[in-house]
Write a protein that binds this ligand. Structure first.
Ligand code: ARG
Length: 459
């Protein structure tokens, strides 16, 4: 029997019952729902709205229900209960009678559901922050282990200037450090208590919203009951944080996919992070990195879906809001799995420094440094750029590198060139010269690594 059977004469239709139900999704919120009900019941007793005996029966009943759900002996049926709130409340009333029927005094499912969802969002944000840290740890360790390795740095996916592998990996660590901050901000946004807003307007019972705020570990009560029951922007914040981090992971995944091709050969994925082919015996495919890249679409899609659901909704609660949870849960679950997969992949991949170095020798990575050499000797930089362009053309014609040119070849372009030009052609020296804060010189990257480690330790 439905909780609103008083006003209805016909029974439920099986299809609309199913269509209107959120139980398959929100049953995951059982623990939050029970915590909310315990806090509400105890507060009702403290305020003299229900008796202390009723409150203890409620608490005991809810604790037992929780144990039965977790033990698998209590399974809810969508034809009986539309959502987890009704399922638990009906079960409680079946078990303890009138005390259970008093629990919903001064409460609506409208404030109940968003209380549960906020508790859930806080928990998932924290879980994601942990998973984010685990991935950062894997990247930091890999950066430390291969600190001095040089690879080509790219712009437009063309060889640009040599960089340290540690520098390259740290770029992702910083993206993830900001993602952590976004998750923390989403957690803080969820950290406000809607309970006591009732259906939309508050209630005539003397509820103590500050008491349930403390009992449930919220930072503050939400000051407007209409706002409290009708907005889900805290889920948008969480899904935005998930979306940005997914985008970052897709970039990392894409690079690992490229790096593991025969063309690059910079890394080999561990067997457990690759799959074979059912027909081509030689294949080792980076499926898991591809999935991380691909799942970004889901996460961003989840964000956009809820944005569209919220658009133009009049105040206060509308059933449209029931659509909020599935995507938010999916976004958090997906990102958590992707973090975990990426951390394992990074920690277990084999790095091939000689392949990176060999590529760094190609593509005239020293060109900027030769131009800088001339500019530092007084030639205007634009002119120096032109001169080095000619030298690169010469190399192209001869099929050689800048390093293979004789001093006379350099001198033919500019008499500013001396024997010390050799220092600009050496990858190690090129890297070592970029000592600006945030640059690729080992001294600068060491400082950066320590900064990233400090941020990691502080998070
Ligand atoms: N299952 C509903 C949801 O997830 C709970 C709130 C229902 N409130 C209502 N007035 N129908 O949003």
């Amino acid at each position: 029997m439905a909780l609103w059977s008083g006003r209805f004469t016909e029974g439920a239709d099986a299809f609309t019952q199913q269509f209107g139900a959120s139980l398959p999704v929100d049953e995951k919120l059982y623990a939050q729902d029970i915590a909310g009900s315990v806090a509400h019941g105890q507060m009702l007793a403290a305020q003299g709205v229900i008796s202390a005996e009723d409150a203890s029966a409620i608490v005991e009943g809810l604790v037992a229900i929780k144990a039965d759900i977790e033990g698998g002996t209590l399974v809810f049926d969508v034809q009986q209960s539309e959502d987890v709130h009704m399922a638990i409340e009906s079960e409680l009333t079946t078990r303890i009678g009138d005390a259970g029927a008093r629990l919903h005094t001064g409460r609506s499912r409208n404030d109940q559901v968003v209380t549960d969802t906020r508790l859930y969002a806080k928990q998932r944000a924290s879980d994601l922050m942990d998973a984010n840290l685990a991935l950062r740890a894997a990247l930091l360790e890999t950066a430390e282990k291969h600190f001095d390795m040089i690879l080509p740095g790219y712009t437009h996916l063309q060889h640009a200037q040599p960089v340290l592998l540690s520098h390259h990996l740290l770029a992702y660590v910083w993206m993830l450090t900001r993602d952590f901050e976004r998750l923390a901000a989403a957690r803080a946004a969820a950290d406000a208590n809607p309970l006591g807003s009732a259906a939309l307007a508050g209630t005539t019972y003397p509820l103590d919203r500050f008491a349930t705020t403390t009992a449930l570990g919220f930072a503050r009560p939400i000051p407007n009951s209409l706002d409290a029951v009708s907005d889900r922007d805290f889920l948008l914040d969480l899904m935005y944080a998930c979306s940005v981090s997914s985008l970052h992971l897709s970039r990392l995944a894409e690079e690992l996919i490229l790096w593991s091709t025969s063309e690059f050969g910079f890394i080999t994925m561990a067997d457990s992070y690759a799959t074979g082919s059912s027909i081509m015996p030689q294949k080792k495919n980076p499926d898991f990195a591809e999935l991380i890249r691909g799942k970004t679409g889901r996460v961003v899609g989840d964000l956009v879906a809820l944005m569209m659901t919220l658009k133009s909704l009049p105040l206060a609660y509308n059933k449209d809001l029931q659509e909020d949870k599935e995507g938010a849960m999916d976004a958090a679950d997906t990102l958590e799995d992707c973090y975990r997969c990426a951390a394992g992949m990074v920690a277990t991949m084999t790095v091939h420094p000689e392949a990176m170095m060999a590529q760094a020798q190609k593509g005239y990575l020293a060109a900027t440094d030769v131009a800088d050499y001339l500019a530092k000797k007084g030639m205007p930089f634009r002119q120096a750029h032109e001169v080095v362009g000619h030298l690169v053309l010469l190399c192209d014609k001869r099929g050689c590198d800048l390093e293979d040119l004789a001093l006379d070849d350099f001198k033919a372009e500019s008499d500013l060139c001396e024997a010390d030009i050799a220092d600009c052609l050496n990858l190690q020296a090129i890297v070592e010269a970029r000592t600006t804060y945030g640059g690729t010189a080992p001294v600068a990257v060491r400082q950066q690594l320590e900064e990233a480690q400090r941020a990691y330790a502080a998070d």
